[in-house]
Design a binder for this molecule. Structure first.
Ligand code: GCB
Length: 597
């Protein structure tokens, strides 16, 4: 799926700004058929929850309505008019005047509607988008709605981050010519100093296609005729972690000398491979340093914000991080584009977080409902999960920064049904993209002894909290537990191990001379104890701390104004641990610590 761009044959209009806004209980039936009768306006892009002071809005479970008036540019006569919603969390319905033009399930991937038949160049229309935040056992992520004694509906789910909802990404209107490019896929290879670029251009109707490859200076380095093929770039400059280099693939639909449509797809030439216990980028072993993140900022919630994006990348670079995981859902496309340009390596995750009812039983393994059953995660959940994977790969396949797919965070992997649930999803991911490794992350409840699915995946991604949820405050024990855990996996599998989460909640300003959880010193010492264990295991190919920054969660006794495992506060000030990471990571430069055993 192409990201809309203005090109010589396409125009793009942003519909961001203030929209009329109401929750469903505040307006009557079929509110899209008239001007929304509401005193409220909400900013787009942003989650709506924290924009208002009314808890009935913040905690509303169900649909909300956004509406605005849109004028189609007068020069668009004869063009196709497409409306694109960057994300409607978790389900969206789009109306142009009285007509339903699009419906989409899945809160973090874009969707579009061709509204050419409903609108006219120069004309105005009423655009209404209904967004529903409900999570059930057949959505991704899953959740459950219950009704309180006083009749309020409440939402529960098996992830800790706040269920921010609304239109958190841009809404855009764009034009394309009647015969146009619908999609482009680029797959690159490296053959010594030559880059290979296999491309495929999909068009809306049979048409003559030509492509040109331009280097970063704009010089043409390869060209071909035809909608698919392979071109070669001599003396190629590969895309490398920390040293990004991007080429343009200029695709054109031509009729003789006339260009009917043109779209430029950026790409980088790089390869990714898992060989034995190593993770190779361009044939060289890569050691991940970085974070699990969230799209989470005050007031905006999960709303995309370019200033935070720039600043977060600056802070990551400052710590010496070379990578992050899009925990726990696909991030805005702008995030991946900046990662492409800055050479930051990305593990791209679906929104399948919390396919796990064993968490209800806790670390003590108390009885809990089965995760995989007709009444819990079932065939419909898996179908929604498969669709989430399809949409993720369709959107992000061309980003050189994306080196691995992560199809689920901390699912239940030891229960009956886990293998039946995951095997087809792994197969699907490999079919959609044979070029990238596939992973999921394993929670503390998944051990090398009880796990039923690790062999299906390429990399063992472990989320481990020794010294926090286990051996709390006892870092000597934590270090031995961590090492024993790693050794267990190493003995059973010849696969790279990536520590995708480890972290400790920390209140900035709280200090102690002793190993006291919640202090800044403890967070730093916790990380160091874990690092010593990682460094003793040769199969560990990286470490991503949980979390980059403090983030908002649902209310709960484990959380003090959110999850405080951030190395930075929610307003991006460093805790002491940020300096600990900077000292370790700055010198690594993508290589494994030399002390490694
Ligand atoms: C995890 C989850 C993450 C939580 C974290 C925590 O294992 O993957 O979403 O926020 O633990 O802090 O408990």
């Amino acid at each position: 799926m192409l990201k809309p761009r203005a090109t010589a044959t396409r125009d793009l209009v942003s519909l961001d700004g203030l929209w009329r806004f109401a929750i469903s209980t505040a307006v009557g039936e079929r509110p899209w058929t008239r001007t929304l009768d509401t005193p409220l306006e909400a900013a787009v892009p942003a989650s709506y929850n924290d924009q208002f002071t009314d808890s009935a809005i913040r905690d509303h479970v169900g649909r909300v309505w956004y509406q605005r008036t849109v004028r189609v540019p007068r020069g668009w006569a004869g063009e196709r008019v497409i409306l694109r919603v960057g994300a409607a969390t978790h389900e969206g319905r789009v109306y142009v005047d009285d007509v339903l033009v699009a419906e989409h399930i899945g809160g973090y991937t874009p969707f579009e509607a061709d509204i050419t038949e409903q609108v006219g160049a120069g004309g105005e229309f009423r655009l209404t988008i209904g967004v529903n935040n409900e999570l059930t056992h057949t959505t991704v992520p899953p959740g459950r709605i219950t009704v309180t004694q006083d009749g309020r509906r409440t939402q529960t789910h098996h992830h800790d981050f706040f269920n921010y909802a609304g239109l958190a990404r841009s809404v855009q209107l764009y034009s394309v010519p009647s015969v146009h490019i619908e999609d482009i896929t680029v797959v690159t290879g490296l053959d010594a100093t030559t880059g290979t670029v296999a491309y495929e251009v999909e068009t809306s109707a049979a048409a003559a296609v030509r492509v040109r490859v331009l280097d970063a200076a704009g010089a043409e380095v390869a060209a071909a005729d035809g909608a698919s093929g392979t071109v070669r770039i001599d003396d190629v400059t590969p895309w490398r972690p920390g040293a990004a280099y991007l080429y343009d693939l200029v695709a054109e639909i031509v009729d003789g000398d006339t260009v009917l449509d043109t779209y430029t797809q950026l790409f980088g030439v790089r390869t990714v491979e898992v060989r034995g216990t190593r993770f190779l980028i361009n044939g060289e072993p890569f050691y991940f340093t970085g974070f699990g993140k969230h799209e989470d900022t005050p007031v905006r919630g999960k709303g995309h914000d370019d200033a935070y994006l720039v600043h977060d990348f600056q802070l990551m670079r400052w710590t010496g991080a070379n990578s992050f995981r899009t925990t726990h859902y696909p991030y805005a496309e702008e995030v991946l584009e900046l990662a492409d340009r800055q050479g930051i390596v990305v593990i791209d995750e679906t929104a399948a977080v919390g396919i796990n009812l064993a968490v209800v039983g806790g670390l003590g393994g108390r009885p809990h409902p089965p995760t995989y059953s007709p009444d819990t995660c079932n065939d419909d959940t898996r179908a929604a999960h498969a669709q989430a994977i399809r949409e993720l790969v369709a959107r992000d396949k061309n980003h050189p920064s994306v080196v691995m797919w992560c199809i689920a965070n901390e699912p239940s992997t030891h229960e009956e049904g886990a293998r039946e649930y995951f095997e087809p999803l792994v197969e699907l991911t490999r079919k959609l993209d044979p070029t990238r490794p596939v992973s999921h992350t394993a929670s503390l409840l998944t051990t090398f002894k009880n796990d039923l699915i690790a062999d299906l995946f390429d990399v063992l991604c472990l989320n481990r909290y020794y010294g926090w949820y286990i051996a709390t405050g006892d870092l000597a024990t934590a270090e031995t537990y961590m090492e024993a855990d790693l050794r267990g996996w190493c003995e059973k599998y010849t696969k790279p191990i990536l520590i995708t989460e480890y972290g400790a909640d920390t209140l900035p300003g709280l200090h102690s001379v002793w190993d006291q959880p919640w202090t800044e010193e403890y967070q730093a010492a916790y990380l160091e104890a874990n690092h010593r264990a990682f460094d003793r295991c040769a199969a560990v190919v990286g470490e991503q701390v949980w979390n980059f920054a403090d983030f908002q969660t649902s209310n709960g006794i484990h959380r003090v104004d959110g999850n405080r495992k951030g190395v930075f506060t929610r307003d991006r000030r460093p805790k002491a641990a940020a300096h600990t990471l900077k000292a370790r990571w700055s010198s690594l430069n993508g290589r494994k610590p030399s002390s490694s055993g």
